[in-house]
Design a protein around this ligand. Structure first.
Ligand code: UFG
Length: 352
């Protein structure tokens, strides 16, 4: 960051989802021309409407298209029509439990969909790709591997993590084939830890249906929409017995994508953790939500949720050192406050 970067034409897949919508908005804010693509299977038309409205006052531009990443021909047409320079690929199914019940759907959509999109990029001659990967590709690293660095062995424990891990492998093979054929291709796979918060101006936010994530669930209790927070186990080998996660603000996460995009050179093959580098326990998150909302937020302890490792937090020095990324939201309360502000401004989420 720091040096001026020329505006680019960027396709954001999953642009109407939680993270993709924040990417669209931030890219338009920083002067880029953005095409948001979504099939609305999980994304919200209301997110596109909100981005389009905001874009009128912003330096960049925004266009939205309804399309599926699995439609190779349609995507190639979109890439050509908008003369796209780079693809940021967020479109994916992202419920761990659902992936265990419907693995074929996850491999088809997440892995097959990414392959189809890469083929469309080949057809249209688009050579730069930023991929939304996950710390779920690491599985359950041993205690000696925490904080998790990028060279930690990847051993996903569910189809969701595996579907993303397989895309990373596809990307390395594809990049190598392009290199041997003297065709430029570059990618960066950003492995997210726990993404939280929302646009501080409450133009867009987090609206998962169903909601499974800790912070929005605490806030739904605070808002009176749920009775209590169920803490999934308080007998883990951690200081207070609850699981520890690394909560990175969605705006910082998107700034990481932009920092990487701005330096992505032909032939690059990056894997990068994006997290703060330390964690907070479920109890600490709950306390932060109580402090921000001023509400009691009743809790009760329930059995452990299958597949929850006790501690997951990042060693994020690679993206800090090599790309100059440095998160702005380092206090949990500040992150929670943005999520709470969105929820208060939009009590029913997006009115789709
Ligand atoms: N938790 C509760 N009660 C709830 C919800 C969550 O106690 O009602 C706990 C979980 O057990 C976990 C922590 O809060 O210890 C965080 O849970 P989230 O569901 O918010 O997030 P996860 O860490 O499970 O999931 C994140 C990403 C996934 C990714 C996963 C990798 O959201 O996409 O990390 O482990 F797959």
């Amino acid at each position: 960051m720091g040096t001026p970067n020329p505006p680019q034409r960027i396709l954001v897949t999953g642009g109407a989802g939680y993270i993709g919508s924040h990417a669209c908005l931030r890219l338009v804010e920083t002067g880029h021309s953005v095409v948001g693509l979504d099939d609305f299977s999980r994304g919200h038309p209301g997110a596109f409407r909100a981005i389009a409205a905001a874009a009128e006052e912003l330096p960049g531009s925004f266009t939205s298209v309804e399309a599926s990443i699995g439609d190779r021909r349609g995507c190639a047409e979109i890439l050509r029509e908008h003369d796209i320079d780079l693809v940021m690929h967020f479109a994916a199914l992202a419920y761990v439990g659902e992936s265990v019940e419907q693995p074929l759907r996850y491999y088809d959509n997440n892995t097959g969909g990414a392959i189809s999109l890469l083929e469309a990029m080949m057809d249209a001659g688009v050579e730069r790709f930023v991929f939304s990967s996950t710390c779920a590709t690491y599985g359950e690293p041993g205690a000696d591997r925490i904080p998790i660095a990028e060279d930690c062995p990847q051993a996903p424990i569910n189809p969701y993590g595996n579907s993303k891990f397989m895309v990373e492998q596809v990307l390395f093979d594809h990049a190598e084939a392009c290199r041997l054929a003297d065709k430029p291709f570059a990618f960066a796979a950003l492995r997210y830890f726990n993404v939280a918060g929302s646009d501080p101006k409450t133009r867009i936010g987090e609206d998962h249906r169903p909601e499974t994530h800790l912070i929005p669930i605490c806030l739904e209790v605070a808002a009176g929409r749920r009775e209590r927070l169920m803490i999934f186990g308080d007998d883990y080998d951690t200081e207070d017995g609850t699981c520890i996660r690394d909560y990175v603000h969605v705006c910082d996460l998107i700034d990481a994508h932009i920092a990487v995009m701005n330096q992505l050179a032909p032939g690059d093959t990056h894997t990068l953790n994006v997290g703060l580098g330390h964690g907070w326990s479920v109890h600490q998150v709950l306390e932060a939500c109580r402090a921000v909302t001023g509400k009691a937020i009743p809790e009760s302890i329930s059995p452990r949720r299958a597949g929850d490792p006790p501690k997951l937090y990042a060693n994020s020095s690679r993206i800090r050192d090599d790309f100059g990324w440095s998160p702005q939201f380092t206090e949990l309360e500040a992150t929670v406050a943005t999520a709470w502000a969105w929820m208060q401004a939009n009590p029913s989420g997006y009115a789709d």
